[in-house]
Design a binder for this molecule. Structure first.
Ligand code: S3P
Length: 175
């Protein structure tokens, strides 16, 4: 789709489907797919849970800053970000400067169920349901600064990607 210039950047909570939808979206658009978590792992040499366990969250967030800086080299990619990456001051602005930012918004119970099924996520560990809800609510205002919001509740990957493509087409037809 040449009518969507620049990168497409997916943001959202853990379990939002950023990786699965991003991969399919990239295929549909004929673009490369990049994940900030993969960039961090490739650069640091350790898996994400290991970074959290050995060095803590603060160090991981610093590695995310470096990943955002490195994203400046990308021009026409689909980029999936880690769930906490956009949630510090200045981050959404930095992402918005790189292309079209899309928030994959979901139902919290559904997001958590999916996040728990898929791999080890340090931010879920040892957090009670009300703490996870607080984390989600604290993050929502950041995600809400995306250019576009796509509701994913109850939808499969194909349907979400169809919605993203429709939203991208519509927003770029307007400019
Ligand atoms: C995190 C989400 C993870 C990963 C790290 C921290 C978070 O990515 O970046 O474990 O703070 O929400 P996903 O959103 O792909 O699970």
């Amino acid at each position: 789709m040449r009518s969507v210039p620049g990168n497409v950047i997916l943001v959202g909570f853990m379990g939002a489907g950023k990786s699965a939808c991003g991969r399919l979206l990239a295929r549909r658009l004929g673009r490369c797919f990049v994940e900030t978590d993969d960039m961090i792992v490739a650069r640091d040499g350790r898996a994400i849970p290991e970074i959290f366990r050995q060095d803590g969250e603060t160090v991981f967030r610093r590695l995310e800053t470096e990943a955002v800086e490195a994203l400046g080299l990308k021009s026409d990619d689909v980029i999936a970000t880690g769930g906490g990456l956009p949630c510090r001051e200045g981050r959404m602005e930095a992402l918005r400067a790189l292309g079209t930012v899309v928030w994959l918004r979901g139902d919290l119970d559904e997001l958590l169920a999916r996040a728990r099924r898929g791999g080890h996520r340090p931010m879920l560990e040892g957090r009670a349901p009300d703490e996870l809800e607080s984390l989600y609510r604290a993050r929502e205002p950041y995600y809400a600064r995306a250019h576009l919001t796509v509701d994913t509740a109850g939808l499969g990957i194909d349907q979400v990607v169809a919605r993203i493509l429709a939203a991208l087409r519509e927003s770029h037809a307007r400019v």
